[in-house]
Design a protein. Sequence first.
Length: 363
Amino acid sequence: MSDELQHKLSVVRTEIDSIDGQLLDLLNRRARCAQQVGEIKAQHGEEGFIYRPEREAQVLRRLQETNPGPLSGDSVTWFFREVMSTCLALEQPLGVAFLGPLGTFSESAATKHFGHAARLLPQISIDDVFREVEACHADYAVVPIENSTEGAIGRTLDLLMNTPLKICGEVVLRIHQHLLSNEPSFDKISKVYSHAQSLAQCHEWLNRSLPNAQRISMGSNAQAAQFAASEPGAAAIAGEAAADRYALPKLASSIEDEPNNTTRWVVLGRQDAGSSGRDKTSLIMSAHHRTGALSTLLAPFSDAGVSLTRLESRPARHTLWEYVFFVDIEGHRDDPAVAAALLELERRAAYLKVLGSYPLAVY
């Protein structure tokens, strides 16, 4: 290495060291400010409300909008989520329940939303995820609600009908499925383990690439990775988190049939989220048995200028051949237009439950 090159690198590295020192000082100053926020809340009887999803969404959007680069918006969002997660943990690490075990896409969704400083609480079923928060053993739950190729997650919708929990956030994650195995090539694989939904999402790829391999449905992709890691001739379809956790090499990457395969999770808590300025409201409603009943239910939204982004029917569990409708609309329940629409809807609907208003996912 020439003296000139060494000198130029030394100048830049000295500058980097100086910036790192400034960053460290600023991060600790921010952490002390976060502690002060917690102390002020405690003085006013709000010590249990350390996490405000609407405030976090506003901060992340502002940072994305003012980011001059060269860092990408995704990188800035990831970094500051981790900063906020660590600062919150100084007061109290948030307990977050999700469908386990560790290594699932639900774990990835939980860490994407709450950061790695959260206390992760994997559960064996979606029912248990709800119960952990309802029983105050966890602060929040992260549960899958729909996939872009496979549709709604029925069990989550059923549990939302009766839970006292409120939706206070959402997480949207692109799903990339990988073929994981200790075997060196496809011709050595006789079994493919995965969750039923992942097998369905990779159905065409499996037909082309592993037509003779036995497909075995598992309770989770992480469990499938565990089996593949210990069994000769086996492979698993799972995500990046499972590959890392169980040290399984990727034989093939991004094998999902639909390249835009995306799953949406909702965040459930015991408190309502305030308005962030860019929000969504979810609700359940049912119609009276009369001609034009559904159009009657939808009219208040169009009359108030409120946009529907999702309408999903689901059998009502208490009565045969009756249905309820899961609806997502733009706006917060406290927005004047949304409030007016909900007030009129309450008058018209046979049943109405507002599941919660919450910030739109910040990518």
